[in-house]
Design a binder for this molecule. Structure first.
Ligand code: NAD
Length: 367
């Protein structure tokens, strides 16, 4: 019997609901093909939730997210909520979800589809065929370390402190995620840190090496300084398979890697938690990396591909349906090969379509 998976949709604000509408059509296709069954639920998040409930994340929504097998998140935020109190801003919902769901691993693939190799700012031969995965530690490091804050000194000047902090277990668990994913791909991990100038980098390097030696000796491991990694990503990105790195360096390196491939409207991401020892299930939140794009919201212009590819990641990582994910990714590739484009990836001589038009074409290609 086909398992029924529970999926929580959180479309959010701006173009979030528009791109998620197209994702729902792909979910229906998966069901209609008999490939999986889903129990769907939906709730407000971000500014949309603030407008109705006075908070960007209600307790009821959080309970649904904790109970779901996977959460599909659109985007939150926009100028409408610029004046709301800091702890009620739309983006606070995403931070709460990451924290309460324990999503410590952020996965960002940077894949260069052949049809878009000319949209990259790098030469086509450097990015053509690119397929790398950045695994970023998401809940530790300098964004969370204590002490932090700004104090005023005796002479009236101010002093700001952030603390870069990692523990053995925090490094080991993200390293395990990276090695396990590498085994399903090119079997290579590059670990990026700054052990030459940071003690947290020394610990990071030692702990990644420990996990490698004791559990994943079959995977090829290299250590690279984070600044060199940034350089190599634009010099010769195809040397990498999986890059594992901390929260701060991951924030920067994943944005850099993502942009190698062209538009922000194309890029999916996954945030994963620990695997439950009893059920074997792993919490997951899947979202396009773009924001709510207020400048084009409500105009049926947004590219839904990042959101659709995020659903494909959910199929692969939360539901173990990599083959179905592969069919969706192939359908996206075929539509782009046929010259179909939304405005953000439009090129001369190609056919411009709307958000729903792109959804139509992807469904047609899926058959
Ligand atoms: P953005 O990603 O929303 O938009 C940047 C530019 O890219 C805009 O010109 C937009 O039109 C374009 N763009 C983005 N996604 C697109 C798509 N799918 N198709 C076509 N074009 C697309 O970033 P921003 O303008 O810096 O932020 C707008 C709002 O979104 C802010 O409130 C910000 O805080 C929020 N934001 C939310 C998230 C999230 O929900 N995860 C992420 C980033 C930004």
């Amino acid at each position: 019997m086909t398992t029924t998976f529970s999926l929580l949709f959180l479309p959010g604000d701006g173009i979030g609901p528009e791109v998620m509408r197209e994702v729902k059509r792909v979910v229906s296709w998966v069901e209609a093909q008999g490939l999986a069954r889903f129990r769907l639920d939906e709730d407000l998040v971000g500014g949309a939730s603030f407008d109705v409930h006075g908070t960007p994340a209600t307790e009821a929504m959080m309970q649904k997210a904790l109970a779901a097998d996977a959460v599909l998140f659109g985007a939150v935020g926009g100028p409408k909520w610029a004046g709301v109190p800091y702890d009620k801003r739309p983006e606070a919902a995403l931070l709460r979800l990451r924290k309460d769901l324990g999503l410590f691993a952020n996965l960002r693939p940077a894949l260069c589809l052949d049809a878009l190799k000319d949209s990259s700012s790098l030469k086509p031969e450097i990015v053509s065929g690119l397929d790398i995965l950045i695994v970023r530690e998401l809940t530790g490091g300098v964004y969370f370390g204590e002490p932090r804050g700004i104090t005023t000194l005796g002479d009236g000047s101010r002093r700001a402190v952030d603390t870069q902090l990692y523990t053995t277990e925090e490094v080991r668990r993200i390293a395990r995620v990276a090695f396990a994913l590498a085994r399903q791909r090119g079997n290579k991990v590059a670990s990026a840190e700054k052990h030459n100038v940071m003690t947290s980098g020394v610990l990071w390097k030692e702990e990644v090496s420990f996990v490698h030696r004791t559990e994943f000796a079959d995977v090829e491991l290299s250590h690279i300084l984070a600044d060199n990694c940034a350089m190599q990503l634009v010099r010769n990105p195809k040397q990498f398979d999986v890059i594992v790195t901390d929260n701060l360096f991951g924030d920067i390196l994943s944005d850099e890697a993502a942009m190698l491939t062209g538009s922000i409207g194309m890029l999916p991401s996954a945030s994963l938690g620990a695997r439950d020892a009893g059920t074997g299930k792993m919490r997951g939140l899947y979202e396009p990396i773009h924001g709510s794009a207020p400048d084009i919201a409500g105009e049926n212009k947004a590219n839904p591909i990042a959101a659709i590819l995020s659903f494909a990641m959910a199929l692969r990582y939360s539901f173990d349906l990599g083959t179905v994910a592969g069919r969706i990714e192939a359908a996206v590739g075929a539509v782009l090969d046929a010259g179909i484009r939304t405005g953000d990836i439009m090129q001369a001589g190609k056919t411009l379509v709307s958000t729903s038009g792109m959804g139509d074409q992807i469904l047609k290609s899926l058959g």
